[in-house]
Design a protein around this ligand. Structure first.
Ligand SMILES: Cc1ncc(COP(=O)(O)O)c(C=O)c1O
Length: 401
């Protein structure tokens, strides 16, 4: 008989992956589905990056590398942090893993003991609490509000910290809300953190390059150098360079932490694909020409979605500073009845009925720890977004009661 571990029993499968899978299954069954549930850019990896990978194959760079990343990539990462974030790291302070996800997991496994708490502002990226649980820790979710673009407030951070708090996980710009912290907002959080030396900070900067309206991206170790010795600054090539399938994520931080994370990866996955590592070197060292046009493209889509959703009956959509998601509220529609006769009681009901009735896939807010909202991805063509928003508006208009 199958036996599941107690640690795994505490964990949910990824709701975003489940939503995308359901949309794909309906489309495969012949339904006309527009999926705004994806967490990846809808275009191809740039040619120079592909060429570097092909060259690596032809050059026979197909063997094991150091488990936590080859020196050339660590150097490219250290150079990126110096160039873009004003942060100085030695290569011995850099960790590379098969995606941003395992970087976070390795950090949690390397540091958490039973009962250790990790503060996570909600709405959060679905995987944070589950990774903390798998690593034996306790996620402590702290609510944020739409009025502040879902950003953690210093007083709420202060109230959430206990003697058992080991980490704060910050994510800016955020998946799912798109909210991004200004320098002043980070400084205010840093002031709280300086009072609590037992708390380390994991900052997930995956969407760094997707910021809008001249927003200036900054990261907490840059804003408050006194936190450098307890900050893990995490990033990756997945979103910035449309490289989700290549599986390269990285982080830099204090040497002792990086060494511990290296121990985890050396006994688990070992190195990420050598070919992907060569591609990532080119991504970081090569031309950055497409990054700004890319951000402008996503800004245009954000503007389109925010404007269309705010015109839909009963929806309210804040304007995010970055990433490729918006996080509208469907509170105004709870209690209403869908054409199927089903009463919309939760954001999950809303998302399910929307998919069934209009064939638009979004992810319900409960999956991200904040209801009643939904995450709408803008990683789709303008045409698809336009059509999907029109269908969402039709769905909202068709609710009765
Ligand atoms: C906020 C955030 N962090 C990390 C990741 C993981 O990235 P990767 O695909 O490199 O594992 C994602 C992916 O969706 C994300 O949205």
């Amino acid at each position: 008989m199958f036996f599941e571990s107690a640690a795994l029993r505490r964990v949910q499968p990824s709701a975003t992956i489940a939503a995308s899978a359901k949309a794909r299954a309906l489309a495969a069954a012949g339904r006309d589905i527009i999926a705004l549930a994806a967490g990846e850019p809808d275009f191809d990896t740039p040619e120079n990056i592909k060429a570097a990978a092909i060259k690596a194959i032809h050059d026979g760079k197909t063997k094991y590398t150091d488990a936590d990343g080859m020196p050339a990539l660590k150097e490219a990462i250290a150079a990126k942090f110096a160039r873009e974030n004003g942060l100085t790291y030695k290569t011995s302070q850099v960790h590379v893993a098969p995606g941003g996800k395992p970087v976070i997991y390795n950090a949690m496994v390397a540091t958490l003991n039973p009962g250790d708490e990790v503060v996570i502002p909600a709405p959060y990226w679905v995987s944070y609490p589950d990774m903390v649980l798998l690593a034996g820790g306790e996620p402590v979710s702290v609510a944020t509000e739409a009025a502040t673009n879902f950003k953690l407030q210093p007083a709420d951070l202060e109230a959430a910290i206990t003697p058992r708090t080991r980490w704060l996980i910050l994510n800016s710009p955020s998946n799912p809300s798109g909210g991004a912290y200004t320098r002043a907002e980070l400084k205010a959080l840093a002031e709280v953190l300086l009072r609590h030396p037992q708390v380390w900070i994991l900052t997930d900067d995956m969407y760094e390059h997707l910021v809008f309206d001249d927003f200036e991206f900054t990261t907490i170790a840059q804003v408050e150098p006194a936190l450098y010795d307890r900050t893990l600054t995490m990033n990756g090539v997945s979103k910035a360079y449309a490289m989700t399938g290549w599986r390269i994520g990285y982080a830099a931080g204090p040497e002792a932490l990086i060494k511990a994370m290296g121990k985890v990866i050396s006994q688990t996955t070992s190195n990420p694909s050598s070919i992907s590592q060569y591609a990532a070197v080119e991504a970081l060292n090569g031309t950055q020409d497409f990054i700004k046009p890319n951000a402008r493209l996503f800004q245009g889509r954000r503007d389109l979605v925010v404007s269309m959703l705010n015109q839909a009956n009963g929806l309210y959509c804040p304007t995010p500073e970055g990433a490729f998601y918006v996080y509208p509220s469907c509170e105004g529609l709870l209690g209403k009845t869908a054409p199927s006769g089903k009463v919309i009681e939760t954001d999950q009901d809303f998302a399910l009925e929307l998919l069934e009735t209009e064939g638009v896939a979004v992810v319900h807010g409960a999956a991200f720890g904040k209801s009643p909202y939904m995450r709408v991805s803008t990683a789709a063509s303008d045409e698809a977004i336009d059509q999907a928003c029109a269908r969402i508006a039709a769905f909202c208009a068709g609710l009765r009661g």
